[in-house]
Design a protein around this ligand. Structure first.
Ligand code: PMP
Length: 287
């Protein structure tokens, strides 16, 4: 397995960052995870736009243009030789003597890794759906910026793992914001509901894609906060992310979701959306 570090491709075991990289000391770094299917990067354009916005929000200066960077990413993917994988990109404010304030002139550190991923598993999970638990959202106030400061997400995901659930939905009071690494959705009376973007959720690429696909298919999407009570009472629920393009949520905290006949089972609106999502994946990548 190969990795990319500041312009060089080398074996993962030999790839490293300096101990005083600000990514490790301050989580002063942003990242992206992209799905690569059939050797092609899904939604590369939107990922680049989000990455650049996050760098700008934090004032991290990175001079590489989109074209050359895309070539480097594709070189790494080709060198690894996996057709279906996840591409991880991390850009930090660079290496400097430890001081909270920004260093004067440290070039950004850029690392990329690729790991094989079985997207077929996500298609198989459409049949059964997954369970989520809920946890208080104790993250910082700018979770719209995709930084590597993920401790709140890590602890919530671990709680889910220990509870035998796929994901933890994060609550602000009664409001469901999003999952620890996925966006959260419910369906009620045919309306598809998800928390609005802003500073309290990560604007997911899969979320954006689903809104576009659903709207184009004349389905009604409402971007508004919803409560845990609404989620429990929903007709259907699901989640989206790069690594799980769409998965039905069939239970929230052991409370089974769904109308009569579908309780605890994936519902028809989610199934329709899954068709649209996977058709878009096929259109972009031939997967
Ligand atoms: N919310 C959070 C907190 C995440 O970490 C992620 C995954 N990066 C998402 C939502 C989903 O985003 P995307 O669709 O871009 O993978």
């Amino acid at each position: 397995q190969l990795a990319y570090v500041n312009g060089r491709i080398l074996p993962l075991a030999d790839a490293s960052l300096h101990v005083e990289d600000r990514g490790t000391q301050f989580a002063d770094a942003v990242y992206e995870v992209c799905a690569v299917m059939n050797g092609r990067i899904l939604d590369w354009g939107p990922h680049l736009v989000r990455l650049r916005r996050n760098l700008a929000e934090l004032g991290i200066i990175w001079s590489m243009a989109d074209g050359p960077f895309g070539l480097q990413a594709r070189r790494l993917i080709a060198a690894n030789g996996h057709k279906d994988c996840l591409l991880y990109i991390q850009i930090s404010r660079g290496v400097a003597r430890r001081d909270h304030a920004f260093p004067d002139a440290a070039p950004a550190s850029v690392v990329m890794t690729v790991r094989r991923f079985d997207f077929g598993q996500r298609v198989r999970q459409l049949g059964s759906g997954i369970k989520v638990i809920t946890r208080p959202d104790n993250r910082w106030g700018r979770v719209d910026i995709k930084t590597t400061g993920l401790l709140g997400n890590v602890l919530a995901k671990q709680a889910a793992r220990e509870a035998g659930a796929f994901e933890a939905w994060l609550l602000a009071g009664e409001t469901v914001r999003e999952g620890s690494s996925t966006n959260a959705w419910i369906v009620k009376d045919g309306r598809i509901i998800t928390h609005p973007t802003g500073t309290s959720i990560l604007p997911g690429i899969a979320r954006d894609s689903l809104i576009r696909l659903a709207t184009a298919a004349q389905m009604v999407v409402e971007e508004r906060p919803f409560t845990l009570a609404e989620a429990r009472d929903a007709d259907e629920a699901f989640l989206t992310s790069t690594t799980a393009p769409i998965l039905p949520v069939v239970a929230v905290d052991e409370h089974r979701i769904g109308k009569e006949g579908f309780r605890g089972k994936p519902g028809p609106v989610t199934a329709r959306l899954a068709e649209l999502v996977w058709a878009e994946v096929a259109r972009q990548t031939g997967w």
